[in-house]
Design a protein around this ligand. Structure first.
Ligand code: SF4
Ligand code: SF4
Length: 416
């Protein structure tokens, strides 16, 4: 006889707001009596309600995996399994998504079918690291689910202390702001680290993320240990007729209040004839004006990416955004992409050798100093590698002349 639906008065309240609730989704799966996972989802709802009543979580970890992999499955064992036996194991498979997260509807249907056969039917597109999260299966079904997904061309993503699944914005495939081929960069870098992803052997997790411009739809700057974020080197492209059309339609006040005055470096000025002047030397490529004037403004033609290292959420020390270590990396030719992979390898190698156990790359840099890190990955110091403007007005200037000469010599040799 089929299990009865559990009473869930606390969870029901989550369905009362204006937004779609995950509780509705869980109930739909629990009511699918013809599916093998219906009882599992009923017990899952029961355990969740119990958690809300007691204000305690009842999942504990363990060890579950598939052959040849040391990562990719997040084990979840219930501590209240006697009361909710059907959901006593509720493991998650982290599966690497395609770059830019492009799927055909046929492929999505196939994925749903796999998870109806082997799991709970519950899939999250996508987790914070970018993985597809196939949530809820038992230890004995993990291998079968992975085999079918692998047959379709998918691979398990990262977990634990290794290189994690990467993510790129949709970028060049659909977005006019894209400054490099994000999918290509992600694929090249990820393919170079598959071993580290499958068999974690680093001091702690390491994430790459790729965003085509400073809008950073991939959350790269504050989540990635190494973030590759599109930018440009030459002048922003301006279509003055479109600027004037925008001002005519929306008025000078809106143009001044929402574009000119919002520029963080005061690089914009509006002329009497409603045309726009851009001080490209002051522009920090933040994308704000381009986002507002999408018809009139475009990134320049000499495009590439800034590379930042050390972004992360709160751990031993608080949240950190990545620090620019390469202000502009050209990404046109195959060699440019190869150079990106080489830099990524140096960063990961240095991290592997120098980070403490359970220490993210940004924390390691904070501990040993940015200068030592840059030396370790063989990058020359550059005044653009600042985290924020200096706050101390007292400056020691001994040795400056020699540094200026070195800087000028480097600039000269780079230009030749
Ligand atoms: Fe487009 Fe930039 Fe967002 Fe990528 S990060 S999707 S290029 S706006
Ligand atoms: Fe200013 Fe940002 Fe526009 Fe550059 S991109 S001109 S910094 S608003």
């Amino acid at each position: 006889m089929a299990k009865a639906m559990p009473k869930t008065p606390l969870l029901d309240q989550l369905e009362s707001g204006p937004w779609p609730s995950f509780v509705t989704g869980l109930k739909r799966l629990a009511k699918a009596e013809d599916k093998p996972y219906a009882d599992m989802m009923k017990d899952l709802l029961g355990q969740l309600e119990h958690s809300y009543e007691t204000r305690k979580g009842y999942w504990k970890g363990g060890t579950v995996g598939v052959f040849g992999y040391g990562a990719g499955v997040i084990p979840r064992f219930s501590e209240v399994a006697e009361k909710y036996p059907a959901s006593k194991e509720f493991h998650t498979l982290r599966v690497m998504p395609p770059a830019g997260m492009h799927y055909t509807t046929d492929l999505l249907r196939q994925m749903c079918d796999v998870w109806e056969r082997h799991g709970s039917g519950l899939i999250a597109f996508h987790g914070q690291s970018g993985d597809i999260m196939f949530q809820g299966t038992s230890s004995e079904k993990v291998q079968g689910a992975f085999d079918e997904l692998n047959e379709m061309g998918f691979d398990l993503g990262g977990a634990g202390a290794g290189v994690r699944t990467s993510v790129s914005c949709v970028g060049a495939a659909r977005c006019e702001q894209s400054c490099f081929d994000e999918a290509k960069a992600m694929r090249r870098v990820v393919n170079a680290f598959l071993d580290d992803m499958h068999r974690p052997s680093l001091p702690y997790k390491f994430k790459f993320k790729f965003a085509g411009c400073a809008n950073d739809c991939a959350n790269a700057i504050h989540r990635a240990d190494m973030a590759v974020i599109g930018t440009w080197k030459d002048d922003m492209r301006v279509n003055q007729a479109e600027v004037q059309a925008y001002v005519k339609k929306n008025g000078r006040k809106q143009m001044i209040d929402q574009v000119i005055r919002m520029c963080p470096t005061e690089a914009l000025s509006l002329n009497d004839d409603d045309s726009l002047d851009v001080d490209n030397k002051s522009c920090v490529r933040c994308m704000h004006c381009i986002n507002v004037l999408t018809k009139a403004l475009k990134p320049g033609k000499e495009r590439g990416a800034a590379i930042l290292v050390g972004g992360k959420r709160t751990l031993k020390i608080g949240d950190q955004m990545g620090t620019v270590v390469v202000p502009f990396h050209k990404l046109d030719t195959d060699e440019d992409y190869e150079a990106l992979v080489e830099l990524a390898k140096k960063v990961v190698e240095f991290f592997a050798e120098n980070a403490l156990e359970h220490e993210r790359c940004g924390e390691m840099i904070e501990r040993i100093g940015l200068v030592n890190f840059l030396e370790g990955i063989e990058l020359d110091l550059d005044p653009n590698m600042i985290r924020h403007p200096r706050t101390n007005s007292y400056v020691r200037i001994d040795g400056w002349d020699a540094e200026v000469q070195k800087w000028n010599a480097r600039k000269k040799s780079a230009a030749e």
